[in-house]
Design a protein around this ligand. Structure first.
Ligand SMILES: Nc1nc2c(ncn2[C@@H]2O[C@H](COP(=O)(O)OP(=O)(O)OP(=O)(O)O)[C@@H](O)[C@H]2O)c(=O)[nH]1
Ligand SMILES: [Mg+2]
Ligand SMILES: [Zn+2]
Length: 303
């Protein structure tokens, strides 16, 4: 029997079987050993299972088509967030906590580098002053070609479009703690009753209300992973030669670079730098590129 891992925790795996049943399963010994070497089974993994008496055992894990992976905090190790998802919705809040282009760029790079086309969701558009923050972000990222949804889990604004997107396949919500990922899912599907948090008064940062990632079956037929928020977005597995491809609007300008493999940092006759000079590529995007590039360079040296 085959299935998809919906939730993991404490050595137990919740698997949605092909016939629609949800079962708890454990790992076969060989896989446990692989887990200890860092090859974790994550949500979205497609697995084959055997029924042993009343219980289920995961016998094998299929090769992943995509994986969302970031560097885990304070550790030189990858953390795979989810596998085999069609779409990633990067969620930020217009206010509380307030979004900025640097954060958005890091989230988008994470999506691009994982091979999953990211979209941007700007939540809490109901809050006073939120529109002044959200609109420039919406303009910028739409102009680059990203789908941008300005929404509110409280007022319901923009939720019909988000719902349509989430119902269309398997996706995930990714973003800092407290931006309202779980609240959005509750607003779209009230039967879910996911736990949502209070914002701590000081600093307006979230409190990591969602503690483990899990894939939720929406009543409309879609599958969406609600994931715990994180503080820093660390990159993992991006090579220097592909980092510029994580900024899709650079592509047409890269064609004008004199040198193949131009890093767009200091080479002469660089199409990307020219486009920045002309204001065609936004300065904040280019500075996010430089920062991401130097981070990736540091990591490839230290590994
Ligand atoms: N005003 C307003 N508040 C919201 C909105 N969405 C969520 N909130 C509030 O923001 C806080 C955090 O919401 P959560 O849904 O727990 O945030 P989360 O992104 O799931 O956070 P983690 O699980 O910690 O990653 C809660 O107090 C929500 O009530 C919104 O659209 N507008
Ligand atoms: Mg949550
Ligand atoms: Zn260049």
């Amino acid at each position: 029997m085959r299935g998809v891992v919906d939730e993991t925790g404490g050595g137990s795996y919740r698997v949605r079987l092909e016939d629609g049943r949800e079962v708890e399963a454990s790992l076969r010994g060989r896989l446990k050993l692989e887990e200890r070497r860092g090859g974790k089974v994550v949500i979205g993994d497609r697995v084959s299972l055997d029924q042993v008496g009343e219980g289920w055992t995961i016998e094998s894990v299929e090769q992943r088509k995509t994986e969302l992976v970031r560097r885990s905090r304070n550790r030189r190790a990858p953390k795979v967030l989810a596998a085999n998802l069609d779409r990633a919705f990067m969620v930020v809040a217009a206010r509380h906590p307030q979004a900025n282009p640097e954060l958005v760029d890091r989230l988008l790079v994470l999506g691009e580098s994982s091979g999953i086309r990211p979209a941007l969701v700007i939540n809490k558009i109901d809050l006073p002053g939120a529109r002044d923050i959200a609109e420039p972000l919406e303009d910028l990222y739409q102009s680059i070609g990203y789908l941008v949804l300005c929404v509110s889990a409280v007022s319901g604004e923009g939720l019909d479009l988000l719902q349509e997107e989430l119902c269309a396949g398997s996706s995930t919500l990714i973003g800092p703690s407290g931006v309202g990922k779980s609240s959005l899912l509750n607003a779209i599907d009230p039967e879910l009753e996911l736990r949502t948090g209070e914002l701590s008064r000081k600093g307006g940062t979230g409190r990591h209300t969602t503690v483990s990632a899990r894939i939720i079956s929406l009543s409309c037929g879609g599958f969406v992973a609600d994931t715990p928020g994180f503080g820093d977005v660390g990159f993992w597995g991006i090579t220097l030669s592909e980092i510029d491809h994580c900024f899709p609007e650079f592509a047409e300008h890269m064609l004008r670079c004199r040198f193949r493999g131009c890093s767009h940092v200091s080479e002469p006759d660089c199409g990307v730098q020219a486009a920045v000079g002309e204001g065609v590529i936004t300065a904040t995007r280019f500075s996010s590129y430089l920062k991401a590039r130097s981070e990736v360079a540091d990591h490839s040296l230290s590994r």
